[in-house]
Design a protein around this ligand. Structure first.
Ligand code: SF4
Ligand code: SF4
Length: 428
């Protein structure tokens, strides 16, 4: 069976038929169109989307605000420090209003970002204590006169947010101010009583980390009860119609083999929205080859997502982290864009103001303890919004730059050096 990555573009597709082969996914031999080639319709779509994105950059309406409320965690995940974490709770909030099929026409930049990169475990002995709720609320109250709270999603992230016994208090205060709120969790502490208490505090959306079947999940999470507890959480969440949710999965070379089976498992469990990430080679993940996909496996994953989306039995997306060439709109609902500093902001554990919680400290723009958040939001963030500085090294002559803008901000190290290009992986 032959698949092409852009079948709507026959003239371009003909030239693409001699593309590369990838390893086997779900028993089918796949002959892929060369992902470097973009068909005419997709190019037109990208052009229109770029205009909409530029307009969004000019207006930079705050739509999602992460609060990194704790660095404490009850797990010690192998990938801690990588970007395989779960900021992507926003997806749980936004996807409920979006169609499952990938659009072929351009859409406006999503009102809330897809960070994506996601995010989870932190050191067992955090370097910073939890931020007092009052400090966060003071910053939030300074933001409120400048926004419509109903249009700004507040996302509690960590660490493991449920380590905070006062999370419900924070949620209730946020809810009283008119903001929807959500959270990212590993599910370890999410039993029936805690879930009920969170719902009472106005919980609107939730992202649960589940990294595959028991063996794969425990390998990554390194706790014998991590799978059992995450499954308990999953079964609570899927039965609660008032909460938007998605399941996030870090895909490794091992778990990739079982992904088709895991998809069937999730469908049988009633999961409607699923998001997968690949592990970024920083932190612990950089020294653990078992966590990384080869370039061929990365392409295999893209193909798996594309096929799953076409089947339409579960909504599956890849994270927001990089431009994917011919796979644009095939593995995500929207064209690639980095919403950090454009519609997504964050308040980090130490008060630092940034774009999303996956971004390194060197790119922080201010601090709530010394600066007014909205002044920083409106007057700084130039690095996030004017991306010409990324046009160097491998991006200098890249023909994709006009759509990619050098990739997600979290892909840059402290010296503004790009660490990974997803598009080039697909051409590896
Ligand atoms: S080389 Fe740079 S501009 Fe080109 S696709 Fe990769 S990250 Fe984007
Ligand atoms: S920096 Fe941009 S691309 Fe990366 S996770 Fe955050 S929003 Fe997504």
């Amino acid at each position: 069976m032959i698949f092409d990555t852009d079948t709507e573009n026959a003239p371009d597709a003909i030239n693409e038929q001699s593309g590369m082969k990838t390893p086997n996914v779900s028993g089918l031999e796949l002959r892929l169109a060369h992902p470097q080639r973009l068909g005419l319709r997709k190019r037109l779509g990208l052009g229109l989307f770029s205009k909409l994105y530029r307009d969004q950059v000019e207006r930079h309406p705050l739509r999602t605000l992460f609060w990194e409320c704790t660095l404490r965690c009850n797990l010690d995940c192998r990938h801690c420090g990588s970007d395989c974490k779960s900021d992507h709770v926003l997806n749980a909030a936004t996807k409920t209003t979006q169609a499952g099929a990938a659009p072929t026409a351009p859409t406006a930049p999503a009102p809330q970002p897809q960070p994506q990169p996601a995010h989870s475990a932190q050191p067992a002995h955090p370097a910073h204590p939890d931020m007092p709720i009052e400090d966060f609320l003071k910053a939030l109250d300074s933001i409120t006169p400048h926004v419509d709270p109903h249009k700004v999603m507040i996302v509690f992230s960590g660490g493991e947010v449920l380590m905070r016994r006062d999370l419900e208090k924070a949620g209730l205060e946020v809810y009283r101010r008119g903001y929807p709120w959500g959270m990212v969790t590993n599910g370890m502490l999410l039993d029936e009583a805690r879930f009920a208490s969170l719902l009472k505090a106005g919980l609107h959306s939730i992202t649960l980390s589940l990294d595959g079947f028991e063996r794969d999940h425990i390998y990554i999470r390194r706790h014998p009860k991590s799978y059992e507890n995450a499954l308990r959480a999953l079964r609570l969440i899927t039965k609660e119609p008032s909460v938007a949710y998605d399941v996030v999965t870090c895909v490794t070379a091992e778990s990739l083999k079982r992904l088709p089976e895991f998809r069937e498992f999730l469908i049988a469990e009633g999961v409607k929205a699923w998001r997968v990430f690949t592990i970024f080679p920083v932190g612990r993940a950089a020294t653990d080859p078992a966590l990384q996909l080869t370039d061929a496996q990365f392409t295999e994953l893209m193909e798996f997502i594309r096929q799953t989306r076409r089947e339409g039995r579960i909504r599956l997306d890849y994270a927001c982290e990089g431009f994917l060439g011919g796979y644009e709109t095939e593995v995500r609902d929207n064209f690639y864009h980095c919403s950090a500093g454009v519609t997504t902001g964050s308040i980090r554990i130490d008060g630092a103001i940034s774009g999303c919680t996956s971004i390194r400290a060197a790119h922080h723009q201010g601090n709530i303890y010394t600066d007014d958040f909205m002044t920083v939001w409106n007057e700084k963030f130039q690095k996030f919004r004017r991306r010409e500085w990324t046009r160097k090294e491998q991006c200098a002559d890249c023909r994709m730059w006009r759509w990619c803008l050098g990739g997600g901000m979290h892909l840059y190290d402290d010296n503004d050096k790009l660490l990974l290009c997803h598009y080039n992986r697909l051409n590896g």
